[in-house]
Structure formats: C-alpha cells, structure tokens
Write a new protein. Structure first.
Length: 227
C-alpha cells in the first residue's frame, strides 16, 4: 500500500482528501501543523507522495518543501489558495512536482496523485516487504514503523534471511535449506545460529514473541513465515 503524507490545516479538506485517497487504496497520514510536519519530514521517512498546503501554522509549505529537497526526492504536490503564476513557479522552483490551486476539483486531485505515484506499486512489490505494521526496505536494509520512521537497521545476513522468507512466504523452509542459501557451503554455523536470528526477528516484529504471528517454528523441520 502506497503511503501519502497530507499536510493541511483545513479540517474539512483533510477529511475529504484522506477519505477519498483511502478509498483509492492509499494509506494517509495527516498533519495540520507546519512545524510538526517539518519535525517528521526533515528526518529519514518513507512516504510515496507528499501533499503539501502552502499556508500552514508556524511553518509554511514552501519552507517545508525546501527542507525536504535537501535530502529526499519524494514527489510533492502543492495545494494552495495562492494560485497565481508567480506562486506556482515559486513552488516548482523549490522542487515540487505539481501545484494545484484551491478550490480544486476532487477528480483532478486524484488524477494528479495517480500520475505522481504511477509505477510505484510494482516497484514497491520488488523493493519492499511488509510484516504487520512494519515495512522493510531491501535497498537500505532499514525497517520503518507505521508512521514511516526508521526503527531498525539490519545487517547483510539478516537481510538475506528475510529475503529468503519473503520468497518462500507460507511455505516451510528446512534449517538445512536456510543454511545453504544464506551461509553457503563453505561456512559451518549450527542450527542454533538460525534460532538466534529468529529470536531477533520476533522481538522486533511480534507483538508477543512467545506467541508468534509471523515467524513460526516447525518442530523437527525448520520455519515458516507469514507476513
């Protein structure tokens, strides 16, 4: 599911936009305060699109966009009651991908969102995996929580093991297959080594590690993973 960050202080618009985006299959996180949005967006985050009002309490949308573009290329769509050519140009020069003046047509907004996120669904399936409310980025070895904030950094071996589970989701994988695929034939770890990795995964991803919902031990055989 693609994630949209909506920064808008007009509550009626927040409700209208978030409801319709969620009906289209997007996960929407909303901020009504410019400073609060800046606190989140000035750090590493994961959103697939940012919809950004210009006139916000405490910090305006132009300043937020300027800060985002220092470290991130996530598509940005400006919403603003200031719809003059000069305002549009100013927003685009700061690095925004598109600009929509208020009042706007809802269908036009949804079309712009679709255009800015097109192609991301298939790329997301190849680049990410989800475990409960957590999202694992294969390219950075990082884990984000439901707010899009990084909460853990995996080692290369941990990522290789998670990749194997992702490929074989729902199937029982023997310990020998795991050892061959992840450690290779030139290394000789014990099956207890795998158990220790599974304990780490359970502590991170399971609400109750003693009653796992994702990483199951299959006695005498190996493990099964369910996202």
């Amino acid at each position: 599911m693609l994630r949209v960050c909506l920064v808008e202080d007009e509550q009626s618009l927040v409700e209208l936009i978030s409801l319709n985006l969620e009906m289209e299959g997007y996960h929407v996180q909303c901020f009504s305060d410019g400073q609060r949005a800046l606190d989140v967006l000035s750090k590493p985050f994961h959103f697939d699109l940012i919809i950004l009002d210009v006139m916000l309490p405490h910090v305006n949308g132009f300043d937020i966009c300027r800060e985002i573009r220092k470290h991130d290329a996530t598509p940005i769509l400006f919403l603003s009651a200031k719809g003059t050519t000069a305002d549009r140009v100013a927003g685009l020069k700061l690095g925004a991908n598109d600009y929509l003046a208020k009042p706007f047509d809802l269908e036009e907004l949804l079309l712009k969102v679709q255009i800015l996120t097109q192609g991301l669904v298939s790329a997301e399936a190849q680049s990410y995996m989800k475990i409960g409310d957590f999202r694992i980025d294969f390219s950075t070895f990082s884990v984000q929580n439901e707010d899009g904030l990084a909460v853990h950094q995996f080692s290369k071996r941990e990522m290789e093991l998670l990749t194997l589970f992702h490929e074989k989701e729902g199937k029982v994988i023997s310990r020998n297959e795991i050892l061959d695929r992840v450690w290779g034939t030139d290394q000789f770890p014990t099956t207890r080594t795998i158990d220790n990795y599974i304990l780490v995964f359970r502590k991170l991803f399971e609400a109750d590690p003693k009653t796992p919902q994702h990483f199951f031990s299959i006695r005498g055989v190996g493990y099964k993973f369910v996202s």
